[in-house]
Structures are given as structure tokens and as C-alpha cells.
Write a protein that binds this ligand. Structure first.
Ligand SMILES: Nc1ncnc2c1ncn2[C@@H]1O[C@H](COP(=O)(O)OP(=O)(O)OP(=O)(O)O)[C@@H](O)[C@H]1O
Ligand SMILES: [Mg+2]
Length: 234
């Protein structure tokens, strides 16, 4: 479904991605694992066209998307959930979700409704009239994911879904993402938390200093203590 080859992305003069290559098959959940500053967010932003690559290729369903503007990439069915809970603070939960729904490309299958998102996160149903700014950090993360789903993506880019959340809420997210993946959606999740990622993902890529160092089934990464120590342990 997605194939990145030798992608190089810069911030100003600094080359952040030093030639990233990875592949994601339809229906897979793939984790991009690495420490702070490894280049995870930059990889997702490169796919989405928010920081377009300076060189290399990104193919989505056989079409070249590197260099296309973000709104065109979104129209193909790619949705990006940033790590900073970018929701509208002055709008209610429901208004946030409905606004996202309006961005869903008409030609995509409409899998996610308000009710379906509320079934995933019942607390959002209870708080549907509440302004975004009044939600807790965890609830804002839920709303950000809900907004991502309301765009009816076929590829979901999920950045640090559970960063900073309490263990009990992380457990909720694991259950939710396991349910979401049953719909056949494809997910690329960027995360530092291998313990979380292994409960959701099939496969993982290890990124460090803008390069991919390893890729394997997530369970095999989990069991490779030396690899984990070298690239993931803090
Ligand atoms: N807007 C920016 N301008 C300049 N450099 C940046 C910018 N954003 C990120 N960088 C640099 O790019 C590198 C990769 O950052 P990136 O955010 O992709 O890492 P990450 O793996 O997502 O890390 P984190 O775990 O902190 O989210 C870092 O060295 C970072 O300092
Ligand atoms: Mg990041």
C-alpha cells in the first residue's frame, strides 16, 4: 500500500531523514520505533506532505505522492493524527468530530460515524457537549484519534498515541486500536513505547538518526534485548 524509498527530508540545512525506505502492506499495523529525535514524526510528516522530502520516492497505492500538497494526499485516504492533540479547543467534542467528518473524501467508504467513535470511547459520548479545552490529556488524545477516524482513512498515521498517558488509559487505547484494526484499516504508528506498540502492531521498523536500522515482526523485536537496549531503551 505504501512504499518509501530513499526518502531524504530536511529542516532548513539539516538533513533529518537520511534515506528512509519502508513498506506497508494493506491491512497491516506497522510501528516506527525509535528514541526522541530519531525522525519518527518527520517520517510521518514526509508521507503527509507537511515537510515534503527533498529526494526519494513515496508511493501510495502505486501513485507517487512525494511532493504533493497535504490536502491532495489527504484526499487519497491518508489521515495523520499528530502527537500534540491538535483539536479545536473552543469547539465541543461533537463539533470537533463533525468538522473532521466534513474533510472525509466522498469517494471513500464511510466506515466511521459519530456513534461508532462514541462506542470506541464512551467518555467522548458523555462529554460530547464539552469544549475541547476542558478535556483531560487522555481525552484529548481520544478525540484526536476520533477525528482521525472520522476522515475515513484507509491509511492512518498515528504519532505517539499514548505518550504521557496513565497505564490504565494506555490499556484502553490498546483495546480500541485492536478493535479499529478489525475494520481492515492500515496503520503506521510512530512510538517510543515498544510495550504499547507490541500489543497493537504486526511489524516494526527501528529508526535512529534518520535511518532505518532494522525491521522485523514486532514480537521478534520485543525479544531482541540487545536491539532494544541499543535503539529503544532510554
Ligand atoms: N521544525 C524543526 N526545525 C528544525 N529541526 C527540527 C524540527 N522538527 C524536528 N527537528 C529535528 O529533527 C530531528 C527529528 O525530529 P522528529 O520530531 O522527527 O523526531 P521523533 O522521532 O518524532 O522524536 P520525538 O520522540 O521527540 O517525537 C530532531 O533532531 C529534531 O531536533
Ligand atoms: Mg515525534
Amino acid at each position: 500500500m505504501l512504499r518509501m524509498a530513499n526518502v531524504e527530508t530536511y529542516y532548513g540545512q539539516s538533513r533529518i531523514l537520511q534515506g528512509i525506505s519502508l513498506e506497508i502492506n494493506q491491512g497491516e499495523v506497522v510501528a516506527l520505533l525509535g528514541r526522541n529525535g530519531a525522525g519518527k514524526t518527520t517520517t510521518l510528516r514526509s508521507i503527509m506532505g507537511l515537510t515534503p522530502p527533498r529526494s526519494g520516492s513515496i508511493q501510495f497505492e502505486g501513485k507517487q505522492i512525494a511532493g504533493k500538497p497535504p490536502h491532495e494526499i489527504a484526499r487519497l485516504g491518508i489521515s495523520y493524527v499528530p502527537d500534540d492533540r491538535r483539536i479545536f479547543p473552543d469547539l465541543s467534542v461533537e463539533e470537533n468530530l463533525l468538522l473532521a467528518a466534513r474533510l472525509a473524501p466522498a469517494e471513500l467508504e464511510q466506515v466511521w460515524s459519530l456513534e461508532r467513535v462514541y462506542d470506541l470511547f464512551p467518555i467522548l459520548r458523555d462529554f460530547r457537549k464539552r469544549k475541547g479545552i476542558l478535556l483531560s490529556g487522555g481525552q484529548q488524545k481520544m478525540l484526536a484519534l476520533g477525528r482521525g477516524l472520522m476522515k475515513q482513512p484507509i491509511l492512518l498515521l498515528l504519532d505517539e498515541a499514548t505518550e504521557g498517558l496513565a497505564p490504565l488509559i494506555v490499556k484502553d487505547f490498546i483495546a480500541v486500536l485492536q478493535e479499529v484494526r478489525q475494520t481492515g484499516i492500515t496503520i503506521l504508528m510512530a512510538d517510543q513505547n515498544l510495550k504499547f506498540a507490541r500489543r497493537v502492531a504486526d511489524r516494526g521498523y527501528i529508526i535512529d538518526k534518520g535511518r532505518i536500522y532494522h525491521q522485523d515482526k514486532i514480537e521478534r523485536i520485543w525479544q531482541d534485548k540487545e536491539l532494544v537496549r541499543q535503539y529503544l531503551a532510554v
